[in-house]
Each structure stands twice: as structure tokens, then as C-alpha cells.
Design a protein around this ligand. Structure first.
Ligand SMILES: Nc1nc2c(ncn2[C@@H]2O[C@H](COP(=O)(O)OP(=O)(O)OP(=O)(O)O)[C@@H](O)[C@H]2O)c(=O)[nH]1
Ligand SMILES: [Mg+2]
Length: 453
């Protein structure tokens, strides 16, 4: 198939010092000549050149132009990058000039897709590009950079290699099943299979927290009216987003905003105070709060410090065994910092805070990452993390196949039959890396991209 030449503005549109228009494909050199004349700059050296429209030769801008000769480029093809002035008009004009010179406008993610198809990146790295470009939390950035540096790819490739090794060691058993003196005892093969399954399991267990890095942990502030939810929401955000009044039932609609705590993303949701109400608007607010509570990754149950938690509040905690509920004793400045009523069974943590003098807020900020991202906090920033459902599904499927293989060996199934579980495990990991193409997988991966990447 003949590839065409694509072009796009690779930087965000708007006033900026510099914008980059990127061109990739066999005609990139021709586009460069059409815009900048015959003197072709040395590869990988930025040259200050006049950029002109190919039709009428009018000056569009003067900028740094760099050409890359495939395969030594981002996409693996011939690439030209025009660094022109930013803003609303100049980059658009330079792009139009590239199109007039024979390029066509790139689809979202098309540069990275070409990089993948030309073997410059694997699929995990391609996904990491999206997270690096779009992610807003420092820990997601770290995970994405680690993936881009092949941290996860190397781990996956290593596990796949061990599966291939298992297959190789089985060959002797398959060819000479009845020999007593096997070069590798079957128990040793089974033990290695168990070890690979365990490593896959450990990787899969990073996924729930890894996926939350991309989405933000839904952190719902709940409690009776006037418990101080909106005040706490504002204090954690550092801006007065939510309306605060002494009137119970102030908050109706849920408000949400993302904050970064110790680099981890939390999507704070301020909700209407939980109570029975005759006011239809407030009733809807309470219903909305209920829906957010169902979606919560962690709940901050706000209870004023000056009184003991009520039976209802204790029940609220007891009924939510599946999500961590932090008991937040609010308005501590009104209670001399001493929370009345003590422990509530089932609470994941208890913190006494004041939105007025700020006490306890740092403790709460520190507690949340440890509760929601415990595994990632523990593992440190250099451990491979699965950040996408696609990655989790592949690793879990591979693990199941390896477990089936180990089970088959344990049950005395002949080696050649047991071995049939290994190929599918390998191919799950290959599809994860993208070493075998599955068109629909590619479409899904690259659907997330913006134009110019
Ligand atoms: N002294 C003191 N007052 C607080 C504190 N937090 C909230 N308040 C006051 O308590 C009242 C209720 O605070 P809100 O933050 O609106 O409470 P809420 O839980 O959002 O209330 P609803 O939206 O009605 O459910 C307001 O008068 C606040 O000024 C605090 O830490 N110290
Ligand atoms: Mg409120």
C-alpha cells in the first residue's frame, strides 16, 4: 500500500510564541522544497528559513525548519517540522501551504499510529503518549513516562519470553513422553508456570489504581446539612467554589473538581446534605448525592466534631464496607479540637479538621492517597503500572491461560495437550504490546488521540 503524506499543527491553537506544523510521509521533502526553496537543510539541524506559499510565493512566516530522514524520525518516515510563530492564523496558513504542496490533513493520532506501524513504538508506548499529553496528575505523568521508556513493555515482553521458554522446555516431553529421564522435570516447568502466573497477577493488581490515575478517584463529601461539606470542599480545593451558608440545605446540585494530593488525582464531589425534605429541589439534590455515593471510590463522611456521630451516621459507615469511608470530624475550632463520641467501627480513618483555621487538612490530604492508591504508594514510581482497561484485560486473560496450563500439568494431562494453553497466553501479551496487529485494537487505541500526535 502506498502511504500518503500527512500534515497537522502539532501544538495547541492559540496565542503562543511558537507553533509546530508537522509533515510526515514520502512527500515531506517535496513539501519542504515547495515552501522553503531548493536549499534542503541538513537532517536534524534546525535552519532559519523563509516559509512561503507554494502557489504565489508570498511570505507566510520565517521560522526554524527541521527535516528528519526516515527511519530516524518520530514516525519512521521522512518528516519535516516547521516551527513558526504561534497564534490563531500563522500555523493555520503554514498548514494550508503544506496541503497545497500535496500533503493531506492528518487524522487524530495518525503520526503515532505510523510510528507504531513502522516499529518506532509499541502499543503500550503509543497509549502512554496520550496519557503524557492529556494527563493532568503528576503520578499519571510519571506512569506514562515510565511506560514510554518501555518500563511496562519490558516487563510484558519478559513474561512473554518466559512463556516461550516454557514451551521450548516442554518440547522434549512432547517428543519423548515416556522417557523417565527428562531433561527438565515437569515439576520444574509447573513451578515456573506458577511463577509467571503470579507475576501476571501482580501486574493485573496494579490496574484498578492505575486506571484511577487517569480518571481521578471519585471522592464524595457526604453528611447531614450544615456538616461543613462545602466548606471542606473549598478548603481542599483552595478556592471558594461551593456556596457556604449557615442555612441547612445550601448545596443542591453536586459540584465536582479535581485536586492533586501528593501527585494523585482526586475528583472531589460536594453533595447536598442527606436528609428527608419536602422541597422538591433539595430532594433531587439528595438523590443525586445517592448516585454519587454509589460511584464513589472513597467517601468523606462529615460529622461536626462538637457532637457524637449519630446512629444513622454509624449505620452509613457500616453499610459501606466496599468503599473506604473516612470519618471527617468537621468544625473542630468550635469544639476545641476535641471530637466528641470517639471511634466509629468500619471507618477507614478518622481525621479532625477545621475549614476555618485549617487544622487537620494536611492530615486528611496525606491520608487519602494512602487509602485509595495504597498499592502504587507502596510500589513507588518506578514499578510498572497498568493504566488502561485494555492492558488489564490482556494481562488477566494471559494469567488465566497460564493458570489453566499449570492446572493441566498438575492433573497429569499429557504435555502436548497442556501446552495448548501457552500459545493463547503468549498471544494475549503479543496483542498487548502490539507485536501482532489486531485492527480493531488499533482503532480503539488511536481513537483517543488529538490531531497532530
Ligand atoms: N467555625 C467553623 N464553621 C464552619 C466550619 N465549616 C463550616 N462552617 C460553617 O458551618 C455552616 C455550614 O457550612 P457548609 O460548608 O455550608 O455546610 P454543608 O455541609 O455544605 O451544608 P449543606 O450544603 O447545607 O448540606 C456555615 O455557616 C459555615 O460557615 C469550620 O470548620 N469552622
Ligand atoms: Mg453544602
Amino acid at each position: 500500500m502506498k502511504t500518503d503524506t500527512i500534515a497537522a499543527i502539532a501544538t495547541a491553537l492559540g496565542p503562543s510564541g511558537v507553533a509546530i506544523v508537522r509533515v510526515s510521509g514520502p512527500a515531506a521533502g517535496g513539501v519542504l522544497r515547495a515552501l522553503c526553496g531548493e536549499a534542503s537543510p541538513e537532517p536534524r539541524v534546525a535552519s532559519l528559513l523563509a516559509i512561503r506559499h507554494p502557489r504565489d510565493g508570498r511570505l507566510l512566516d520565517r521560522g526554524l525548519v527541521t527535516r528528519f530522514v526516515g527511519p530516524d524520525s518520530y514516525t519512521g518516515e521522512d518528516v519535516v517540522e516547521f516551527s513558526c510563530h504561534g497564534g490563531y492564523l500563522t500555523p493555520r496558513l503554514v498548514l494550508e501551504a503544506c496541503l497545497a504542496a500535496g500533503a493531506r490533513e492528518a487524522q487524530p493520532g495518525e503520526f503515532t499510529r505510523r510510528a507504531y506501524l513502522n516499529g518506532r513504538l509499541d502499543l503500550i508506548q503509543a497509549e502512554a503518549v496520550v496519557d503524557l499529553v492529556e494527563g493532568r496528575s503528576p503520578r499519571l505523568r510519571q506512569a506514562a513516562l515510565h511506560q514510554l521508556e518501555r518500563g511496562l513493555s519490558d516487563r510484558v515482553a519478559d513474561l512473554r519470553g518466559r512463556l516461550v521458554g516454557l514451551e521450548a522446555r516442554l518440547v522434549h516431553h512432547i517428543d519423548f513422553p515416556d522417557e523417565d529421564d527428562q531433561p527438565v522435570p515437569i515439576e520444574e516447568i509447573a513451578a515456573e508456570a506458577e511463577a509467571v502466573a503470579a507475576a501476571l497477577g501482580a501486574l493485573a493488581r496494579t490496574a484498578p489504581e492505575g486506571e484511577l490515575l487517569r480518571e481521578g478517584a471519585v471522592t464524595v463529601l457526604a453528611g447531614v446539612p450544615n456538616a461543613g461539606k462545602s466548606s471542606l470542599f473549598n478548603a481542599l480545593l483552595g478556592v471558594e467554589r461551593a456556596i457556604v451558608t449557615e442555612v441547612p440545605g445550601t448545596t443542591r446540585d453536586a459540584l465536582d473538581a479535581v485536586v492533586s494530593l501528593d501527585g494523585f488525582p482526586f475528583r472531589l464531589v460536594d453533595t447536598a446534605g442527606l436528609r428527608e425534605s419536602d422541597d422538591p429541589v433539595e430532594r433531587i439534590g439528595v438523590e443525586v448525592a445517592g448516585r454519587w455515593l454509589e460511584a464513589a471510590d472513597v467517601v468523606l463522611l462529615c460529622v461536626p466534631a462538637r457532637r457524637a456521630p449519630s446512629d444513622e451516621e454509624r449505620r452509613f459507615v457500616a453499610e459501606r464496607a466496599e468503599v473506604p469511608v473516612v470519618l471527617v470530624r468537621t468544625q473542630a475550632d468550635l469544639a476545641d479540637g476535641v471530637a466528641a463520641g470517639g471511634e466509629v467501627p468500619g471507618a477507614a480513618a478518622s481525621v479532625t479538621v477545621s475549614a476555618v483555621d485549617g487544622r487537620g487538612l494536611d492530615e486528611l490530604r496525606a491520608a487519602l492517597p494512602r487509602l485509595v492508591f495504597a498499592g502504587l504508594v507502596e510500589a513507588g514510581s518506578d514499578a510498572p503500572v497498568l493504566t488502561r482497561a485494555r492492558q488489564r484485560a490482556a494481562v488477566e486473560a494471559a494469567r488465566e491461560h497460564v493458570c489453566a496450563f499449570a492446572r493441566a500439568l498438575a492433573e497429569g494431562v499429557p504435555a502436548d495437550l497442556a501446552a495448548t494453553h501457552l500459545r493463547p497466553a503468549e498471544s494475549e501479551l503479543e496483542a498487548l504490546l502490539g507485536t501482532i496487529d489486531r485492527e480493531e485494537v488499533l482503532d480503539r487505541v488511536f481513537a483517543d488521540f488529538c490531531v497532530g500526535k
